[in-house]
Design a protein around this ligand. Structure first.
Ligand code: GRF
Length: 212
């Protein structure tokens, strides 16, 4: 087995996807280890979970502006020898320069089947649109929000009587299954970006997780 890729998880809040990644990485055979959890909010509940798991944490402040925050972030990532970055409910936009530096080494989870419903309030918008299938996407990060080559998706049904809360809970459970599988693909080098699409084992491995 090769060295496990040192991974940072960037959060802003409760960190349930972070917890799913930490749980998966507790298996020594998992190809990534969570070496740092970084938050832009000192009060993020996920920081306590990470500390309890013995993982290094850092907090960056955006009070002095984007450039200052990103240079703090870059310093923390360097100091911990980070190879891969996972955005997991990180609620700040990243600059073009930061995104470029981490190109094809930074992934994000988004609670919709992209390219449908980028941005916020995805479950409300899915219900308003009347879609019958909804879900989540893990993708490489590009500067345009919620865009970039798709590594994997998981689908869930929209059921009669769903509210944004019930639908969101169903999607969140799918997120927790999908994100570790997508990170494993990236960390083990089994996914490549060709012409801005993911190819390789990805098609067979996470082409679509369907739980209908
Ligand atoms: C998730 O729904 C994720 O898809 C979105 O933000 C939410 C974060 O939740 N980007 P958590 O902090 O991982 O619990």
């Amino acid at each position: 087995m090769g060295a496990r890729r040192r991974t940072a998880v960037l959060i802003s809040g409760r960190g349930s996807n972070m917890s799913a990644l930490i749980a998966a990485a507790a298996d020594p055979a998992f190809p990534a280890e969570v070496a740092l959890v970084l938050s832009n909010r000192a009060a993020a509940a996920g920081l306590d979970v990470a500390r309890a798991a013995g993982i290094a944490t850092a907090t960056v402040s955006y009070k002095a502006g984007l450039a200052g925050a990103e240079s703090e972030m870059a310093a923390a990532l360097d100091a911990h020898g980070i190879d891969l970055v996972c955005l997991a409910g990180f609620m700040r936009l990243l600059s073009a320069g930061f995104v470029a530096r981490w190109r094809d080494r930074m992934i994000n989870i988004h609670p919709s089947l992209l390219p449908l419903f980028p941005g916020l309030d995805t479950h409300e918008r899915a219900l308003a649109a009347g879609v019958k299938v909804h879900g989540c996407t893990v993708h490489f990060v590009r500067h345009e929000m919620d865009s970039g080559p798709i590594i994997g998706q998981a689908a869930v049904p929209v059921l009669a009587g769903d509210t944004a809360e019930t639908l969101g809970a169903r999607v969140l459970a799918a997120e927790h299954a999908l994100y570790p599988r997508a990170l494993a693909l990236v960390a083990s080098g089994r996914v490549r970006v060709v012409d801005e699409r993911c190819v390789g084992d990805a098609a067979g491995e996470t082409g679509m997780l369907v739980s209908l």
